[in-house]
Ligand binder design. Structure first.
Ligand code: ARG
Length: 283
C-alpha cells in the first residue's frame, strides 16, 4: 500500500514537472525580449466604443526593479513579470480595450525604443528629467519615493552621509538619474551597469562600496539579500516622482494614460498595487 502511495506521488510529481516545462516553453515563444503569452491579456470591454487606437499595447520596462517591475515564478512555475507598474499598464490596456505585451529591456534603451516606435509606452519607475522631456512626452506623476544608499552591513556607519561617499566606489544603473546623482559626488568611482541585480552582486562581492537606488527598490533588495543595509545618507534629488513615457506627439495615448491614472489615483488603486507588489516582492 505504502509503495503504491510513493509511486503515485512520483508519477504526480513528474506530471507536474512536465506541465511546468510545457508552460515555460510556451512562454518563451515569440520575440527574444517578450515575455510571451502568459503576460498577454485581452480584457476588451463590451460596452466600450470602438476607437482607432491600436489593439495591442506594447509596454517597455526594465524588470529588475522590485516592487515596480520584477520577475517571479508564478503558480504554474512559469516566469512572469509583475509589479505595481505592470498593474498600471494592465489598467491602461483594459481602458483601451487593448492586449498588453510586455518587453523586458535594458533601462538605458527604453527611450530609444519608444522614439523608434518599437514600444508604445515606458512604465519603469521613470523619473521626469528635463532632458527626457525633450525626447519623449510624459504623463502626470503617479507615485513618489525617495532615494537610498545601500551598502554592506559592516559599512553602515561609514557611509551615513552623502559626504562620506566622496572617493567611494559607487554602483548605479546605466542611464538612470542615480548615475547623475553619483556623478556629483567628488572623486567617486562609478560602476554603471545595465541591470540592478548586477549592481547588488558587485556590492555583495566587495567590488563597489555602495549603491544608490530608489528607496522602495533598496528596501526590497535589503530584505532579500543577506548582509545589505540602507544607510542614513540622505540623497538630494530634483526629479521627484514617476511618470509614464509615450512617443513625442502621441497625444491620444498620453490622454488615455492620464485618464487611467486619474482613475487609479482617485480610487486608491495605486497605493493598493504598491502594497500588493511589495508583499509579492518579499516572497
Ligand atoms: N527612477 C530612476 C530613473 O528614472 C531609475 C529607474 C530605473 N528603473 C528600472 N526599472 N530599473 O532614472
Amino acid at each position: 500500500m505504502k509503495k503504491w502511495g510513493i509511486l503515485l506521488a512520483a508519477v504526480m510529481m513528474l506530471t507536474m514537472v512536465l506541465a511546468a516545462c510545457g508552460q515555460e516553453k510556451n512562454s518563451n515563444n515569440g520575440a527574444a525580449n517578450t515575455t510571451g503569452n502568459n503576460q498577454s491579456q485581452n480584457e476588451t470591454q463590451g460596452s466600450q466604443p470602438e476607437t482607432d487606437v491600436a489593439k495591442k499595447l506594447i509596454l517597455g520596462t526594465s524588470a529588475d526593479f522590485p516592487p515596480y517591475e520584477f520577475h517571479i515564478k508564478n503558480e504554474q512555475g512559469a516566469d512572469e513579470i509583475v509589479g505595481f507598474d505592470i498593474e498600471i499598464a494592465k489598467e491602461i490596456a483594459k481602458d483601451m480595450g487593448a492586449e498588453l505585451e510586455i518587453k523586458d529591456l535594458k533601462f538605458d534603451s527604453l527611450l530609444n525604443e519608444l522614439a523608434s516606435g518599437r514600444i508604445d509606452l515606458v512604465i519603469s519607475g521613470l523619473s521626469p528629467t528635463p532632458e527626457r522631456a525633450e525626447q519623449i512626452d510624459m504623463s502626470k506623476i503617479y507615485y513618489t519615493a525617495e532615494q537610498a544608499v545601500v551598502t554592506r552591513a559592516a559599512d553602515k556607519d561609514k557611509f551615513a552621509t552623502m559626504e562620506s561617499l566622496e572617493g567611494a566606489k559607487i554602483g548605479i544603473q546605466l542611464g538612470s538619474i542615480q548615475e547623475g546623482i553619483a556623478q556629483e559626488i567628488p572623486n567617486a568611482k562609478l560602476t554603471a551597469l545595465a541591470k540592478i541585480n548586477d549592481i547588488v552582486m558587485q556590492l555583495n562581492t566587495n567590488r563597489v562600496d555602495a549603491a544608490i537606488l530608489e528607496g522602495p527598490v533598496a528596501e526590497s533588495f535589503v530584505k532579500n539579500v543577506e548582509g545589505l543595509v540602507i544607510t542614513d545618507a540622505k540623497v538630494e534629488n530634483e526629479d521627484e516622482g514617476y511618470v509614464i513615457g509615450v512617443k513625442k506627439g502621441n497625444q491620444e495615448l498620453l490622454d488615455q494614460v492620464n485618464t487611467t491614472l486619474d482613475r487609479l489615483l482617485g480610487d486608491g488603486s495605486i497605493d493598493r498595487f504598491v502594497t500588493e507588489a511589495s508583499a509579492l516582492a518579499e516572497k
